[in-house]
Write a new protein. Structure first.
Lengths: 395, 398
C-alpha cells in the first residue's frame, strides 16, 4: 500500500501543470468558446513537445510508458486549467484503441503521429438509441469482397470536427444489443459518403454527429479481432472513465479552493460571509466529498489496467459513481455559495460546474454506474452484492 | 503509487487472520455478528486474549507494551478483527488515557496504570461532558480544590459510557476560574470506588443502559493523580482527541455490517423474490458500499501519511464525519430491510440465553434498537457539527 508518487511522476505532474498555467488562461477559454474553436493548435503542439501526448503509450512506440497514475496526473491538471484540448478523444480513447487493440502496422502508422501532435483522432462509438449501453451498436459494416461498407449514424463524437481519422464501431454480426459481433474500424475523416454536423456541449467541448452512407474501408482498417471488439471497447471506456475521474478531481479541487477564497473575501452584514457557520459547514461538506472523490480517482487509476476484468469494471463503476455524485454536490454548492456571481458566465465557477456536470454524464452518470456496480443491468445482483457467508450459525 | 497491499502486508494479514481464527471464541464472535448484547466480561475476555499475544496496544511505544506496527498494519489488524466479529476494544484505557499517561504522566503513573490497562485489571471511563458543558466542553464546572496533598472534587459529569463497570475515571476538572476558560482545566485520574461518587444510569431511547451520570461530592483524590501540570488539562484533552485518527472511521466494522445487510437482504422476501433483487433497495446498498470503499481508501491515505511521517492532511479530519454517517446509514438500511419485523421490541432476545419464540427472523430483533442507538455516533466524540467547525477553522482557515 503506497500512495506516494515517484520522482518521475512528480516531474510529469509539475511540468504539465506549470505548462498549462503559463500557456492557458480562463480568458483564452472564453475567447475560444466564443469563436467556436474546439482546441488550440498551439497548446496541443506545446503538450506534444512536453511529451504529454505520449504518456500512455509504450516506449517502443515512442511513448512515455505511463499507466493509470500518469494519465491521472495529466488529466488532473487539464481539469484544473479547464483546457479544451482533445486529450481524452485522441490520446485516451482513440489512442487507447490502437495501443490495446491495434497490430504493429497500426501502431507504427499512427502512434508516433499522435505523440508528436500531428495526428488527431476521435472515437465514434455512441449512438442515438444506445443511451449508456456500451454494447449497443446499430451501425453496420457489410462485407464486400475483402472490404467493408459502413452504414449508420454515430453521435457525440468528442472533438470529432478536428479529427483526421475516426475509430468507428460497427456491427459485423448479430443484432443491435448483441455483445458479440462488433468490430472497430479506422476511417479517414475525408472519406466520401461520410457527412457530419458539429455542435457544442453545454460546457463548450465540441462534438460531432456522423452519418455513414456506404463508407468503404479496406481490411487493413480493422482494429483487433473481427466481431470481438467489445472487450477492447470496454477496456478503453474504463480508461476514459478513470481519466475523467482524475479530471473531475482537478476541477473539484480548483472549485473548492475558489469557493473558500470567496467566503473569506465577500463581505455581507459587515463581515466575510465565511464567518457564518451555515456556510462554513457547507464548505466542509464539499471538502469531504472532494477527498472521497480523490480516493476513488486513485482507485480508478490503480485498477484501470488490472488483469482481473471483473474487479477492474467494478472499481471503475464505483469510482465514476462517486465522482458523479460528489461532482454534482461540489458544483451545486460552489454556485450557491458564490450567489449571483456563481450564475454568471464571466466567472470561471460556472464553467467548472458545467464541466463536472458533463463528466458525470459522459460514459454513464452516477445512477447508471450504481446500476452497473450492483448488477442491475444483468438483472441479478452482482457477485459481491451477495453476502460471502452462506449461512449464519445459530445459537 | 500502488493501492495493492505489499507481500509483507499480505503475509501480516494472513498471520492476523490465522491467530483470530484460532483464538477468538466462537460464542463471542457470534454475539458480535448477530448484534447480541455484550457485557464487561465479553470485552475483557477478548482483551486478555490479545494481551497474552502482546497485540493489545499496538499504538503504544514498545517499552510500555506496544508493538512497532505500521499504521497500515494496525489498519489491517482492525479490519481482520472486525470482519471476524471480535468485540471492539474498549477505548477509554487503551486509546484515550493510556496515550495521555505515556505522553504527559509521571513515572509512577506510568508504572502503576499502564500495566493495569493492558491486563484489563482497571476498567476506565471518561469524565468529560457535564449537563451544562456539551459541545462547549471548556465551560465545564466540576471543581477540584487543592487541599494539602489532595484534591477535593465536587460536581457532576454526564454521558459517561460504561461507568457502571469502571474502576477508574479520567476527568477534566476546573482548578482555576481565572483567565481563559481553557486555562483553568486539569486532568485528574479518579478512583471510581472513592467515597462520595454516585453513578446513576441514563436509559437511552433503545432501552439500554450504556451511559451514566456521575455525581462527585467532596471526593478526595490524591494530588499524585494529577496528570502533567495543573491547569494544562485542556492541552492533554486535545492531544487525546488527535490520537487514533483512523480507528474512529470504523471502516472494518462497517464492512462487516455491510455484509450482514446483504445477508439480511438476500433472506428477506419481497413479492416472492429476495429483497436484494429489488433494484431500488440494491441501489441504496450500492451507494453506501461505494461511500465505504472511498472511506477505506481515505483511511489508508491517512495511515500512509502517518507512516511516512507527513503532517496529517485534511483527509484525516473527514474520517469521523463520513465514518459515522456510513455507520448510521447501515443501521437504517438493516432496519428497512426487515420491514414490519423491525417493530417488536424484545430486548431479552438480544441476551445470551434466550430460547423463546419471537415474531420475525432472529436477525430482525435488535435492528431497530441498533438504529436508535447509532444516532449517538454523530453526537459523541465531538459532534459532527463541532468536527465541521474544527475543519472550517483549522483546515479551510475560515
Amino acid at each position: 500500500m503506497d500512495f506516494s508518487l515517484t520522482e518521475e511522476q512528480t516531474m510529469l505532474k509539475d511540468s504539465v501543470s506549470r505548462f498549462l498555467e503559463k500557456n492557458f488562461s480562463f480568458e483564452q477559454r472564453r475567447k475560444m468558446l466564443a469563436d467556436r474553436q474546439p482546441m488550440s493548435a498551439q497548446l496541443w503542439q506545446g503538450l506534444a513537445e512536453l511529451g504529454v501526448l505520449g504518456v500512455p503509450f509504450a516506449p517502443e512506440d515512442g511513448g512515455f510508458g505511463g499507466g493509470g497514475v500518469e494519465t491521472m496526473l495529466v488529466m488532473d491538471s487539464i481539469g484544473r486549467s479547464l483546457a479544451l484540448e482533445p486529450y481524452l478523444a485522441t490520446v485516451v480513447l482513440a489512442g487507447g484503441c490502437i495501443a490495446l487493440g491495434g497490430n504493429e502496422a497500426h501502431k507504427q502508422a499512427l502512434l508516433p503521429s499522435i505523440i508528436d501532435g500531428s495526428l488527431l483522432l476521435a472515437f465514434a462509438h455512441a449512438e442515438g438509441n444506445a443511451r449508456f449501453d456500451l454494447g449497443y451498436v446499430e451501425t453496420r459494416a457489410t462485407r464486400e469482397g475483402n472490404h467493408f461498407v459502413l452504414d449508420g449514424a454515430k453521435t457525440l463524437v468528442l472533438h470529432g470536427s478536428v479529427a483526421d481519422k475516426f475509430i468507428v464501431s460497427a456491427r459485423t454480426a448479430g443484432s443491435a444489443a448483441d455483445p458479440r459481433g462488433v468490430t472497430l474500424f479506422i476511417v479517414n475523416a475525408d472519406e466520401e459518403n461520410l457527412v457530419g454536423q458539429e455542435y457544442p456541449l453545454f460546457e463548450g467541448t465540441r462534438a460531432l454527429d456522423l452519418q455513414f452512407a456506404g463508407v468503404k474501408v479496406g481490411p487493413e482498417s480493422v482494429i483487433g479481432t473481427l466481431d470481438q471488439a467489445m472487450p477492447l471497447i470496454e477496456a478503453v471506456a474504463d480508461r476514459a472513465m478513470a481519466a475523467l475521474c482524475a479530471e473531475a478531481v482537478g476541477v473539484m479541487d480548483a472549485l473548492h479552493a475558489k469557493t473558500v477564497e470567496y467566503l473569506k473575501t465577500r463581505q455581507q452584514f459587515g463581515q466575510p460571509i465565511g464567518r457564518f457557520q451555515a456556510l462554513q459547514h457547507r464548505a466542509v461538506d464539499m471538502l469531504v466529498q472532494v477527498e472521497q472523490a480523490r480516493s476513488m480517482a486513485l482507485l480508478a487509476a490503480s485498477k484501470v489496467d488490472s488483469a482481473d476484468v471483473a474487479e477492474r469494471r467494478r472499481s471503475i463503476a464505483a469510482a465514476k459513481e462517486m465522482i458523479g455524485r460528489a461532482g454534482r454536490f461540489v458544483g451545486q454548492q460552489a454556485i450557491q455559495l458564490h450567489g449571483g456571481m456563481g450564475m454568471t458566465d464571466e466567472l470561471d465557477v460556472s464553467h467548472y460546474f458545467k464541466r463536472l456536470t458533463a463528466i458525470d454524464i459522459l460514459f454513464g452518470n452516477a445512477a447508471e454506474q450504481r446500476a452497473r456496480f450492483a448488477g442491475m443491468k444483468e438483472g441479478q445482483p452482482a457477485a459481491h452484492m451477495k453476502s460471502p457467508r452462506k449461512s449464519w450459525v445459530k445459537i | 503509487m500502488d493501492l495493492n497491499y505489499s507481500q509483507e502486508e499480505n503475509a501480516f494479514r494472513s498471520e492476523v487472520r490465522e491467530f483470530i481464527r484460532a483464538k477468538l471464541p466462537g460464542d463471542l464472535s457470534r454475539k458480535v455478528l448477530e448484534h447480541k448484547r455484550l457485557g464487561k466480561e465479553d470485552y475483557v475476555r477478548w482483551q486478555k486474549i490479545l494481551f497474552e499475544k502482546g497485540w493489545l496496544a499496538p499504538g503504544w511505544p514498545v517499552e510500555h507494551g506496544g508493538i512497532a506496527w505500521t499504521p497500515i498494519q494496525r489498519f489491517i489488524f482492525e479490519d481482520e478483527a472486525a470482519a471476524a466479529g471480535a468485540p471492539r476494544l474498549t477505548p477509554f484505557g487503551l486509546h484515550m488515557v493510556g496515550p495521555v499517561i505515556i505522553a504527559f504522566g509521571s513515572e509512577q503513573q506510568k508504572k502503576h496504570y499502564l500495566p493495569r490497562i493492558l491486563s484489563s485489571e482497571d476498567w476506565w471511563c471518561q469524565g468529560y461532558s457535564e449537563p451544562g458543558s456539551g459541545s462547549d466542553l471548556a465551560s465545564l464546572k466540576t471543581r477540584a480544590e487543592r487541599i494539602g496533598d489532595k484534591y477535593i472534587v465536587n460536581g457532576q459529569k454526564t454521558w459517561n459510557t460504561h461507568g457502571q463497570f469502571a474502576d477508574m475515571c479520567f476527568c477534566l476538572v476546573r482548578t482555576s476560574t481565572e483567565g481563559k476558560k481553557q486555562d483553568g482545566i486539569s486532568f485528574l485520574l479518579i478512583d471510581m470506588h472513592s467515597p462520595g461518587i454516585t453513578v446513576r444510569p441514563i436509559i437511552t431511547l433503545d432501552g439500554e443502559h450504556e451511559v451514566n451520570e456521575i455525581w462527585f461530592e467532596n471526593v478526595e483524590v490524591p494530588a499524585q493523580n494529577l496528570v502533567g501540570q495543573e491547569n494544562r488539562g485542556w492541552t492533554y484533552a486535545k492531544f487525546l482527541l488527535s490520537h487514533e485518527r483512523t480507528g474512529i472511521a470504523g471502516v472494518g466494522a462497517s464492512k462487516r455490517e455491510l455484509n450482514y445487510l446483504k445477508h439480511i437482504a438476500s433472506q428477506e422476501q419481497e413479492g416472492g423474490r429476495p429483497l436484494i433483487e429489488d433494484p431500488l433497495f440494491r441501489d441504496r446498498i450500492a451507494k453506501v458500499e461505494i461511500d465505504l470503499m472511498a472511506l477505506e481508501i481515505t483511511c489508508l491515505r491517512v495511515a500512509s501519511a502517518d507512516r511516512d511521517g507527513k503532517a496529517p492532511g485534511p483527509e484525516a479530519s473527514i474520517l469521523k464525519i463520513k465514518g459515522t454517517e456510513i455507520q448510521q446509514e447501515l443501521t437504517e438500511l438493516m432496519m428497512d430491510a426487515v420491514g414490519p419485523f423491525a417493530l417488536p421490541y424484545l430486548p431479552m432476545a438480544w441476551g445470551d440465553h434466550w430460547i423463546g419464540e419471537r415474531p420475525g427472523p432472529d436477525y430482525a430483533a435488535p435492528l431497530a434498537s441498533r438504529y436508535f442507538n447509532y444516532r449517538k455516533t454523530t453526537i459523541y466524540g465531538g459532534s459532527n457539527e463541532i468536527q465541521r467547525n474544527i475543519i472550517a477553522q483549522m483546515v479551510l482557515g475560515l
